[in-house]
Design a protein around this ligand. Sequence first.
Ligand code: GUN
Length: 280
Amino acid sequence: MAQIIDGKAVSAAIKEQVRDEIARDNIKAGLAVVIVGNDPASRVYVNNKKKACEFCGIQSFEYALPEETSMQELLELIDTLNNDKNVNGILVQLPLPKQLDEKAVIERISPQKDVDAFHETNVGKIMIGNYSFLPCTPAGCMELIHSTGISVSGKECVVIGRSNIVGKPMAMLLLHENGTVTICHSRTKDLAEVCRRADILVAAVGKPNFVTADMVKEGAIVIDVGINRLENGKLCGDVKFDEVSEKAGWITPVPGGVGPMTIAVLMKNTLTAAKLQNKT
Ligand code: GUN
């Protein structure tokens, strides 16, 4: 039976560290969160971000814009936030309504304030291994892996999913810690066979119950990035928890695994941004 990796506990410890450093060094840090439209899931995330800011002593600025916001209006807001000394981090909640070009919006955010690490400049820095900001969800997964006390070095690591937000940067962070990394996707041949090689398996597919016990090596660390809402309203990961937890050595639950980690790393990144900007 697998040990459960407690994302709530690990994330709480990170937020406490951020809060303590801010209080100890009397740091003034501010995060602007921009939400466009009325997506209910985005609303929940944004509210959780606000609560985490309050806990840490980070000032939060929320901009809730209507669904029909134009590109020009959004870019003007980003320009204003880029120039606002009280704002150290800017996060534009994704997905954006159809008429808005996500890529152009991300590129408009000053890389020094890009606490999501989505800007091309920051993505490039992550690739090279010279980064100020870690991408929130992959970095949260790394913290959960570290919490097991098992070293990534030399391990077979398999990431399912190749998104720019999770799969690709996740592979890079595992590689930086000397894992042997394979990225799987919808065209991978014999996916189950590749997954069975993994000492560390990260599922970021976005399909409920996609990873079954026959795809998991005995004793593996299984990190479930999926947050899927089922028709009955329940949240469910990408991993079939009941059967995989019988076989894995370590497993993250959904909810209470990777989810809370993303926000904890966001708080850490906002503190880093404030420290870097206060230096200059
Ligand atoms: N939507 C879902 N996850 C994220 C995230 O980490 N950052 C942003 N900006 N939007 C998201």
